[in-house]
Design a protein around this ligand. Structure first.
Ligand code: SF4
Ligand code: SF4
Length: 286
């Protein structure tokens, strides 16, 4: 079974449109939207949810000021400096709290209690191209890396059970923990790069990240004709770093029209030059 993860340095590079097009071209595949913070593959794939699950993203701790005897032990022992004394009350700073629950265990008067944070959900859905595993994070929720790991595990399980040949991951933008979780253990990575200074910079950061995992890397330059000089710089960068360039896609307003029509680019304009290039990129990566 092969697994491909498609990454970009930031949103708006066309990564999801390219992933969706790959999904429509793939045979016997499953898709996984690893961009759990701002999932949008569903906008094109229009999934019909058949399984919904909650994902525990950690623990929310509270101190009962009535029970607290101000012994100070929790504040002293919290390694994350998440307990503060404010107006003679011990309170937990939820932005700093890591949910380790040490304070709950050591409080002699049981003034600290915890509840599971269950604001994150993940789904298994049917789409017109195959199954999609995707997720929705609650506002302000963290642990996107763990959620990505969870949904990738599920996608692998389904692929095994159904003898599927390919998993396509739509990765998150950037190099944060969700991107790391998206790359770990994948077979190949495709970087979608746009010709801008930030695109070039992002390509550098991403390739550094991926090379630490020793995973074969490929690239697609999207909208290459909006800045030919920078596209050439990116090509030089790719050659230097031995990253195979799968193809260069011109700026194409049909991407937006296809998204509005909730279609992949190859469904929307099957005979266009862009569709031809994307098909070619897909055949090269298999
Ligand atoms: S350990 Fe318990 S009793 Fe002591 S300060 Fe913290 S909450 Fe209060
Ligand atoms: S759960 Fe852990 S990190 Fe959070 S306040 Fe308690 S000791 Fe500190």
């Amino acid at each position: 079974m092969k697994e491909i993860t498609i990454l970009s340095g930031k949103g708006g590079t066309g990564k999801t449109s390219i992933t969706a097009a790959f999904a429509s071209l793939a045979k016997n595949a499953i898709f996984c939207d690893n961009d759990v913070d701002a999932a949008d593959l569903h906008l094109i794939l229009k999934p019909k949810i058949k399984e919904e699950n909650t994902f525990n993203s950690g623990w929310q701790l509270e101190i009962d000021t009535e029970k607290c005897n101000s012994c100070n032990l929790c504040m002293e022992k919290c390694r994350f400096d998440a307990i503060h004394l404010t107006n003679n009350h011990y309170i937990i700073n939820h932005l700093k709290c890591e949910g380790c629950r040490l304070c709950e265990r050591i409080c002699a008067v049981e003034a600290i209690s915890s509840t599971e944070k269950r604001n994150n959900f993940w789904f298994v859905s049917d789409t017109r191209f195959g199954q999609l595993v995707h997720a929705k994070m609650g506002p302000g929720e963290e642990n996107s890396g763990k959620l990505v790991t969870r949904i990738r595990k599920k996608a692998k399980e389904i692929a095994k059970e159904n003898n599927l040949d390919l998993i396509i991951n739509d990765g998150p933008p950037g190099i944060g923990c969700a991107a790391i979780a998206s790359v770990t253990g994948t077979g190949k990575v495709i970087l979608v790069i746009e010709p801008s200074q930030s695109g070039l910079h992002d390509a550098g950061r991403l390739s550094e990240l991926v090379s630490t995992f020793n995973i074969p890397m490929f690239a697609i330059i999207n909208k290459f004709d909006i800045n030919i000089a920078l596209s050439e710089k990116i090509e030089v960068f790719l050659q230097k770093n031995e990253i195979e360039l799968l193809g260069k896609i011109p700026y194409d307003a049909d991407f937006i029209q296809a998204m509005i029509a909730e279609k992949t680019i190859d469904e929307f304009v099957p005979d266009s030059e862009t569709t031809k290039i994307i098909k070619d990129c897909f055949n090269k990566i298999l």
